[in-house]
Design a protein around this ligand. Structure first.
Ligand code: TYC
Length: 113
């Protein structure tokens, strides 16, 4: 028998009676869960204050901030952004602290997407 480079041995299978099983492990990429940050309407927080909050903590333009503020005002709540747990938690804490310091009842919460 002539041996090609791929057949460096003429033995069929040196493992006596053993069958070979090849297993492939599928590695699934796990993306971190995302969290929606929600702003809630109330009757007392001034519209301009909410617009300012959205510009300051969510990096929105004045026009985007005004639009989202109006959605909250009309519908009761709106998603203002989607973030990792840690970032969402920080945004909620920043908004709640800022509102409290200005004595406005504005509420901001987060929920898993
Ligand atoms: N409803 C408030 C008002 O009429 C405005 C407002 C908008 C308050 C959005 C909270 O998340 C809010 N002054």
């Amino acid at each position: 028998m002539t041996l090609t480079p791929f057949m460096m041995s003429d033995k069929k299978d040196s493992r006596d009676g053993e069958s070979s099983v090849l297993t492939k492990t599928r590695t699934r990429t796990q993306r971190p869960p995302l969290y929606k940050v929600l702003l809630l309407n109330d009757d007392y927080t001034p519209m301009e204050f909410v617009v300012h909050v959205l510009e300051r903590f969510f990096g929105l333009s004045h026009a985007q901030a005004f639009e989202i503020m109006l959605t909250v005002h009309k519908k009761g709540l709106a998603v203002v952004g989607v973030f990792s747990y840690e970032v969402a938690e920080t945004k909620v804490a920043q908004v709640m602290d800022f509102a409290r310091r200005h004595q406005h009842p504005l509420q901001c919460t987060m929920e898993k997407e």
